[in-house]
Design a protein around this ligand. Structure first.
Ligand code: CP3
Length: 358
């Protein structure tokens, strides 16, 4: 790993790391790589810690957050850590009664359907999420030169959980509210954008080196509806951080038709899923942003020669972008063999550094 072992980071620190350099479209020693959901159920050391601790409770214990966040860095030698938490943590801190049910995901006790429900979402600050502040401060020390990524859920994806009451394939109730009561929809998303912005500011003030805004379910929308109902709120979050001095990553799934619009929200890096080749994505996003992605997480379940060929293809297509952060197109699947993740990190580093030597 790149973490300083003696607690004294080298002069450059995380800001000079391959990951931050790629986010800023600067050349570096190799293509950086990390994995969405890298700190999770594919790791036996994670399952051991979580065996007796419910998900949300584990997010509220700084010593557990720190340990779980470090596990994939130690094991795989990834170029960045991502804070162990969940997108619903700030919403719970804002006063919404919810739980994360194993095998299901976030479940909301009283879904949001009316103006009075929106009022239940209170503004938050550091004192509402002290465990996040503490964990980030501790992690920044432990990680040395390795950057820590903070994150939050984007207004649309959060709204979907809050309106549906839980995970949804169709987002039908969410869309019914969006189309049926645009005023209430914008009030809800405006409130969520404030919570999200405040939550990201807490993480940035505590020392994260970059942030990722997860709009995982934005791909459920047409470009026109995305622009009308979602983009202003994601822009409020991302552009609201333009003075914060850390790169901003904006990610969604199934967003091939939305990449251009998502790139307008104010991020420095746009995450791309496996459906769109990175050279095509770059063309849609434009030359002033880096890209992140985009190995299909299911490919990691295939024989190694298949994985290797896909990694090489993605690195080659990523060369069309002004900056490339290697990642999966979505999160690590729980049944993934962690040793394959470790091999992918080594391969990405090897292939991309040899290329730089030529
Ligand atoms: O990347 C990381 O390793 C950091 C940890 C992280 C978690 N959730 C931990 C978690 C991150 C970045 C998230 C973000 C998140 N949470 C998103 C956006 C990313 C994405 O996947 O699109 C979303 C949509 C959620 C909501 C959520 N929380 C879902 C859909 C689930 C899965 C439900 C299940 O059990 O299959 C969760 C639970 C969750 N969040 C787990 C973890 C490790 C699993 C809970 C457990 O281990 O018991």
């Amino acid at each position: 790993g790149t973490a300083a072992r003696d607690g004294h980071p080298r002069p450059g620190g995380p800001a000079d790391s391959p990951f931050i350099r790629a986010c800023r479209r600067r050349p570096g020693p190799h293509t950086p790589v990390w994995f969405m959901r890298q700190a999770g159920r594919s790791l036996p050391e994670y399952r051991e810690i979580r065996a007796s601790v419910p998900m949300l409770e584990s997010c509220r214990r700084p010593e557990l957050v720190t340990e779980i966040t470090l596990q994939p860095v130690r094991r795989h030698g990834v170029d960045a850590a991502i804070l162990f938490s969940d997108i619903v943590v700030p919403v719970a801190a804002a006063g919404i009664d919810l739980d994360i049910v194993p095998g299901t995901g976030p479940v909301v006790a009283e879904p949001i359907r009316a103006a009075a429900d929106v009022e239940r979402i209170r503004p938050i600050g550091r004192d509402d999420v002290p465990y996040v502040d503490e964990a980030v401060r501790q992690l920044v020390v432990e990680l040395g030169d390795t950057p820590l990524i903070g994150f939050a859920g984007a207004p649309f994806t959060l709204a979907s959980y809050l309106v549906e009451g839980g995970p949804s394939r169709t987002h039908a109730k969410t869309k019914a509210l969006m189309y049926g009561d645009p005023e209430l929809w914008h009030a809800l998303c405006g409130r969520l954008a404030e919570v999200t912005l405040a939550f990201l500011r807490v993480q940035i003030e505590a020392g994260v080196s970059a942030v990722q805004l997860f709009d995982s379910w934005a791909g459920a929308l047409s470009e026109a509806d995305y622009r009308r109902y979602v983009l202003p709120h994601s822009t409020a979050v991302l552009s609201g951080l333009s003075d914060a001095g850390v790169p901003r990553i904006h990610f969604g799934v199934g967003t091939a038709e939305l990449l251009g619009a998502m790139g307008e929200a104010g991020a420095d890096v746009v995450g791309v899923d496996w459906r769109t080749p990175l050279d095509v994505a770059t063309h849609r996003i434009g030359p002033d942003k880096a890209v992140q992605g985009n190995l299909d997480p299911a490919v990691l379940l295939a024989p190694w020669p298949v994985v290797e060929a896909e990694v090489r293809r993605i690195l080659a297509q990523g060369r069309a972008a002004p900056g490339h952060v290697f990642n999966l197109g979505h999160g690590v699947l729980p049944e993934t063999d962690p040793d394959v993740l470790t091999r992918v990190v080594a391969l990405v580093h090897e292939v991309s550094s040899r290329r730089a030597d030529q």
